[in-house]
Design a protein around this ligand. Structure first.
Ligand SMILES: Nc1ncnc2c1ncn2[C@@H]1O[C@H](COP(=O)(O)OP(=O)(O)O)[C@@H](O)[C@H]1O
Ligand SMILES: [Mg+2]
Length: 342
């Protein structure tokens, strides 16, 4: 009997993930503390949150690329097509990385090899993935470089990473990650350093590939314009936890958690009528993991916090609609996204 895969089943399922780091005198801190989300074929979820909220540690955990000895997954499961990959041997994980799961990092030099030309590296990936000869694979590499907006791709293919500018290297890495046609793509601030034209071109490329391959995308960004354009659902993180989830529409038009509302108001949005928006920043900082406040982790910065918020940690409440929120006061609050100023 052959098993027929359920097309609506998640490709990647993170459940109750906890990632700990040893800091200082053997103290354990949880940079990721009970995070869960799932991504289905063809779906894009965006993970948003201020710097230090645990977004990169979440993606490094999925790829099992945490700094050795210091960081470890201390709880939870990560399932790829239903199979838990948290404990599989490193050689099996290596086969999954850059094949089943592709990743684009903030720092391109972590995935580019300094001793081979860009063209050779991409051709290697192509040959691992498809039965083509070296010449064909090199042609594909040149095509990919062209698709990510690298001028003179044929000449550039012969460059070593150090012969390229930072932006060019970033694009070469994206070309490499996409040429393996992964079923899951994890993109951690992939276009932050690139100019808007190139960024738009790369987002188009990702969407095109997603359509063609049914790729599931986990998109980490603090650019809400990109979120609105790319994502189906949003996961908001704060101090290592998920504090709100919902569809893009829900998160943008009716945030339930004060933190989400604050994020929305702190970032400019494109749009004819919205250009005169006064930008606000959320006062204060993400708390240190070693000095988390009691109760709600956001309460020290929240203008709606009461004594009850300090008493105990609010659970992530799952609503009938499927969205979820970590705030005991969400029912009483009527939060706005963007306050336009006169
Ligand atoms: N190698 C490490 N050792 C100790 N703490 C770390 C290490 N890497 C990350 N962290 C901590 O994990 C937390 C989350 O970091 P990160 O996932 O990089 O945040 P984000 O990507 O959301 O900006 C931070 O508080 C950071 O200090
Ligand atoms: Mg990060």
């Amino acid at each position: 009997m052959t098993e027929i895969a359920d097309p609506a089943a998640p490709l990647l399922e993170v459940d109750d993930l906890q990632t700990s780091f040893v800091v200082g005198e053997g103290q354990d801190v949880r940079a990721v503390d009970g995070v869960s989300f799932a991504v289905r074929p063809g779906e894009t979820i965006a993970i948003v949150g201020e710097s230090g909220s645990g977004k990169s540690v979440t993606s490094l955990s999925i790829m099992r690329l945490l700094p050795k000895k210091v960081g470890r997954i201390s709880r939870g499961t990560i399932k790829l097509r239903g199979r838990n990959i948290v404990d599989i041997p490193e050689n099996e994980m290596r086969a999954i990385r850059g094949n089943d799961i592709g990743m684009i990092f903030q720092e391109p030099m972590t995935s580019l090899n300094p001793v081979h030309t860009i063209g050779t590296q991409i051709a290697e990936v192509v040959m691992q993935h498809e039965k083509v000869n070296k010449t064909k694979a090199h042609e594909r590499a040149v095509e990919m470089l062209e698709l990510v907006g690298i001028p003179e791709p044929r000449r550039r293919a012969n460059n070593y990473p150090h012969e390229m500018s930072g932006g060019m290297r970033q694009r070469a890495m994206i070309a490499m990650a996409l040429s393996c046609e992964p079923s899951v793509l994890i993109a951690d601030e992939p276009t932050t350093a690139l100019d808007v034209t190139i960024q738009a071109q790369i987002l188009d490329l990702m969407r095109g590939l997603q359509k063609k391959l049914g790729m599931a995308i986990v998109f980490i960004t603090h650019d809400l314009g990109v979120v609105a354009e790319m994502a189906d659902r949003v996961v908001v993180m704060y101090a290592g936890q998920v504090v709100e989830t919902g569809t893009v529409q829900e998160i943008f038009t009716k945030p339930l958690m004060p933190y989400t509302s604050g994020l929305m108001q702190s970032i400019p949005r494109m749009g004819k009528s919205e250009t005169k928006v006064r930008l606000q920043t959320i006062p204060g900082y993400v708390p240190l993991l070693t000095k988390l406040p009691s109760g709600c982790r956001f309460r020290t910065r929240c203008s709606f916090a009461t004594e009850a918020c300090a008493a105990q940690e609010p659970p992530l409440e799952v609503l009938d609609s499927g969205r979820s929120v970590r705030c005991i006061r969400w029912r009483e609050l009527d939060l706005l996204t963007v306050k336009a100023t006169a």
